[in-house]
Write a protein that binds this ligand. Structure first.
Ligand code: GLC
Ligand code: CA
Length: 573
């Protein structure tokens, strides 16, 4: 009897010991958790034919570069046929390639080239809305009795004007567009040329799953679901409280049946292929986010939470304490179950270094590599935006004519028509317009940064003569070569992928320090987010055996707890 108790006691002890030591169970492992995702904005990556627009052949010509980075997944922004009202986020044919980008043969060659190099491909799936030039929409608007009518959301004008809905990209912020052809309004959360699809219609859902299977059968490795949290709507369109548009996500995200649609999509598509899935947006709470990615629910693998990139967008608009709080909070919410993506930039954001670092000549390289260190040492799958590995910066256009982004162009018109302060608006755009992150990739110091032999669709940043891949390639201490090294460090150390995250000296306003722990291995990451020297309090951490694994200064620091401006170091303890 006694012996049995002892055994149970020992088993329990063992169990708790394992737990506290953050041990990895085989079942918790997954390739998409260990992946490092590199996001390519095809329009701005590499132009192969001199028309000024990046294309698939251009990407193919740079596959060895991509491989040399060490990343193992590429996420491509939409490459489907599109009139490009919103750079491909308005799809007119989901089974074809955008003319600007090439042909299906090019796509097949691209996929093959990636797979040959051990790189997986994730495609953007834009199915909250289509283009108004999609055949479905053309049919849908042609008559009230069209079999495609219910592929979209229509409101017959005899019923009066529907309750207001805010549109992100509309010149009047009005998401209902009157169409005289059938005397009805259609819904568009984004631009007028992006009518929202009606997910309540099972036929539409089946069409989408067929499209997904078409691509999965070609052998792609995953989907990024664009704006999908907005797909499910209350189609009685009740009025929302006054001022709701200031926080429209609260009303638009996670509508009724969203989880049903995802479960159905999982059953129809995800479960049949070895593909990863990630949703843009994670709802309004941890519970929402959990429900999307809890493996037991069989919906998605990952979601992006926007809280960090939604911190105030003006220069120095966020404090490090806020950033730490956001990331630590999300980490703890997912400590036991679920999985997150880690990112500081993408094609909808300003450049990482201009936004969260410091792009002045003195600190650009240091703060870029410091931020890269952060992304590569957090728990969650890193999503890294092309060009950030060079430390590319915001372009800060002065004139509205230089901008291409539909949201900025239409917001300018809105401000103009409502007597807004255009000067203030233009200043704001220098910091936050999406075009800041969409300027051509800076390959070398030849004309147009080696991006195109023609006229680029959007201006090249003038700093390309100093900031470009060719010069950085030659410098062992460049931002680019630091990126490569830290990618290897992450790939070789599962503790950086799965390890438990613990904040050190939480209240320190300048230094972000944390440990990662797994299976008896422990690492300490220290990041100085300021232009000045700074120290942190290591508390009861044992630093005597600390070994420096990587750092963004060539010479090691005099003391572990004392950091130089924007210094980043990873130690094994
Ligand atoms: C997502 C995309 C963004 C696009 C919008 C509409 O937010 O990331 O670029 O404009 O959806 O599709
Ligand atoms: Ca081209």
């Amino acid at each position: 009897m006694k012996k049995r108790f002892l055994l149970i006691g020992a088993a329990l002890l063992f169990f708790f010991h394992q737990k506290t030591n953050a041990q990895l169970r085989q079942t918790d492992k997954a390739w998409w958790k260990e992946a490092i995702v590199y996001q390519i904005y095809p329009r701005s990556f590499k132009d192969s034919n001199g028309d000024g627009i990046g294309d698939l052949k251009g990407i193919i010509s740079k596959l060895d570069y991509i491989k040399s980075l060490g990343v193992n997944v590429v996420w491509l922004n939409p490459i489907y046929s599109s009139p490009n009202d919103d750079n491909g986020y308005d799809v007119s044919d989901y089974r074809n390639i955008m003319k600007d980008f090439g042909t299906m043969e090019d796509f097949d060659a691209l996929l093959k080239g990636m797979h040959e190099r051990g790189i997986k491909l994730v495609m953007d799936l834009v199915v909250n809305h289509s283009s108004d030039e999609h055949e479905w929409f053309k049919q849908s608007r042609s008559s009230r009795t069209s079999p495609y009518r219910n592929y979209y959301h229509w409101w017959d004008a005899e019923r009066g004007k529907p309750a207001p809905r805010y549109s992100l990209f509309d010149v009047h912020h009005d998401a209902w567009r009157y169409d005289s052809l059938t005397n009805a309004y259609y819904l568009h959360y984004f631009s007028r040329k992006q009518p929202d699809l009606n997910w309540e219609n099972p036929q539409l859902r089946k069409e989408v799953y067929d499209i997904m299977k078409f691509w999965a059968d070609k052998g792609i490795d995953g989907f990024r679901l664009d704006a999908f949290q907005f797909a499910a709507k209350d189609t009685t369109f009740p009025p929302f409280p006054k001022g709701y548009e200031k926080n429209f996500v609260l009303y638009y995200a996670m509508g009724p049946h969203l989880h049903d649609y995802l479960k159905e999509m999982n059953k129809e598509v995800f479960s049949k292929y070895d593909v990863m899935s990630v949703a843009e947006g994670a709802g309004n709470s941890f519970q929402d986010a959990h429900d999307l990615v809890d493996a037991d629910r069989k919906e998605l693998n990952m979601a992006y939470a926007f809280e960090a990139v939604d911190l105030p967008k003006y220069p120095n608009g966020y404090s490090l304490l806020q950033l730490k709080k956001v990331f630590s909070k999300w980490d703890s919410a997912f400590a036991k179950k679920g999985w997150l993506s880690i990112f500081l930039a993408n094609h909808d954001q300003a450049r990482m270094v201009s936004r969260f670092g410091n792009d002045s000549p003195a600190f650009r390289e240091l703060s870029s590599t410091m931020l890269t260190t952060f992304i590569m040492t957090m728990r969650g799958t890193p999503y890294y935006y092309n060009g950030d590995e060079l430390g590319m910066t915001n372009i800060r256009f002065d004139k509205i004519e230089d901008y291409r982004d539909v949201s900025t162009l239409n917001e300018y018109k809105y401000q103009q028509s409502t007597g807004g302060n255009l000067q203030v608006f233009m200043e704001k755009m220098k910091f936050s317009c999406r075009d800041n992150g969409r300027t051509p990739f800076q390959w070398d110091n030849t004309a147009n940064a080696g991006f195109t032999t023609g006229t680029p669709w959007i201006s090249v940043n003038k700093n390309f003569t100093q900031i470009n891949a060719a010069v950085e390639e030659k410098d062992p201490n460049s931002v680019l070569n630091y990126f490569r090294k830290i990618v290897q460090l992450r790939k070789q150390n599962l503790v950086l992928v799965y390890g438990k995250y613990t904040l050190v000296d939480a209240k320190n306003p300048s230094v972000y320090a944390y440990t990662r722990e797994l299976d008896g291995k422990k690492m300490l990451i220290v990041l100085n987010f300021s232009t000045k020297e700074a120290s942190f309090n290591a508390g009861n951490l044992q630093l005597n055996k600390a070994r420096r694994l990587i750092g963004n200064y060539t010479a090691p620091s005099a003391a572990i707890t004392r950091l130089r401006p924007y210094e980043a170091v990873v130690y094994s303890l």
